[in-house]
Design a protein around this ligand. Structure first.
Ligand code: SAH
Length: 351
């Protein structure tokens, strides 16, 4: 019989399973706290649990670990990028960032991505599978252990499209914020999506406290479809309608991410369109210089982001410029995994 992945279970699911196995219900909370509060994953170390129960736990449950395959530390700003090997040999990336107020961890939600955004390295190495809740969670637990820190914020902005792995991502969010476990307020979590419209409506109904970020990158349907194929399925009008619904339903402001790309989306006409699209919407615009990806020739001129911010300001739209972290360690998502996947294809010959 295949063992159950215990770190993907909510407390109530664990209670149900243990009771079915003839155990007392309160044992579940003890075990849940060992896992999520004390971060002890070896059943033998759960000392307030009888030897017999520990034995049964070992027979029925497993914890899938992550292994640090590579760790790149930025010499510029303390950003650390991890390439983690999953239990099935696949790789994902996780980034630890340091801000004045604390640490933030950027996690992956899938091995690769199906969305095919033209400027994104994650699209290049291909899609393999979605991550389990425990595999998203363990990126945080393992990074915190390795770095000896507790993150004050989590961003779902690594490899993958979170809303294309909706159920597991929601389960992860419930786990990370469980009062009996890790207890992180979802106010400190941001979820970024390329715009899977039906799932934005689903998410709105959950009324979570998280910050929803929409990767917009262009306010023009033709241009957006060119750089983000998802726009051919859910166009800008449908996306903004869903955002409006989300804001009304949750009372929460949305962040629009906009990577400023020379000759693509940073002209006066682009600023006009963006300002017209977002006027009156309870939102915030985050401008990002595009990270260079070696297979693509998208770039942002040195003054490109500040210039575009000024253009928006003139049109009454406030935008912040996202600080670039870890630019010396290929912190753009997907680059390490793509390299690891390439080496795998070459039999690791150039290791
Ligand atoms: N799939 C989700 C989350 C992962 S990408 C999404 O699309 O939002 C996280 C953010 O990085 C997105 O806004 C994405 O558009 C952006 N991004 C991807 N590649 C980039 C690059 N080369 N330069 C700048 N931003 C990039």
């Amino acid at each position: 019989m295949e063992k159950t992945d215990i770190l993907s279970l909510s407390l109530s699911e664990l209670e149900t399973l243990l009771v079915e196995q003839g155990e007392k219900k309160f044992r579940a909370k003890q075990i849940f706290q060992w896992l999520h509060t004390k971060r002890v994953f070896d059943f033998d170390e759960m000392t307030d649990i009888s030897v017999q129960l520990r034995q049964r736990l070992k027979e029925n449950f497993c914890t899938k670990g992550l292994f640090v395959q590579k760790r790149l530390e930025s010499a510029m700003d303390n950003t650390v990028k991890y390439l983690y090997r999953l239990s099935d040999g696949n790789y994902v990336e996780t980034v630890l960032m340091e801000y004045n107020y604390g640490h933030s961890i950027c996690v992956s939600t899938q091995v690769g991505c199906k969305m095919g955004c033209r400027f994104c390295a994650s699209a290049i190495a291909g899609y393999v599978r979605s991550l389990e809740p425990s595999e998203i969670l363990m990126q945080i637990y393992e990074t915190e252990r390795d770095a000896g820190v507790r993150a004050s914020g989590i961003v779902l902005m690594g490899i993958g499209e979170p809303l294309d792995n909706y159920d597991n991502v929601i389960k992860f969010l419930r786990l990370i914020s469980d009062k009996d476990g890790n207890n992180l307020s979802l106010r400190h979590v941001s979820l970024s999506t390329c715009g899977i419209v039906p799932r934005i409506y689903d998410l709105a109904e959950l009324k979570l406290q998280l910050t929803l970020c929409i990767s917009l990158h262009s306010a023009d349907n033709d241009k957006r479809s060119e750089i983000m194929p998802v726009n051919r399925t859910y166009n800008i009008d449908e996306l903004i309608k869903a955002c409006r619904y989300y804001i009304d339903r949750t009372g929460r402001r949305i962040t629009f991410e906009y990577a400023v790309i020379d000759d693509v989306n940073s002209s006066d006409a682009d600023a006009d369109r963006l300002a017209a699209l977002l006027r009156g919407l309870n939102c915030h615009v985050n401008l990002i210089p595009v990270n260079k990806v070696k297979e693509r020739n998208f770039r942002t001129a040195r003054s490109g982001v500040a210039d575009f911010a000024k253009r928006l300001e003139k049109r009454g739209i406030n935008a912040t410029v996202r600080r670039t972290l870890g630019s010396d360690i290929e912190a753009a998502c997907g680059q390490l995994r793509r390299d690891a996947a390439d080496q795998g294809r070459n039999g690791g010959a150039d290791n």
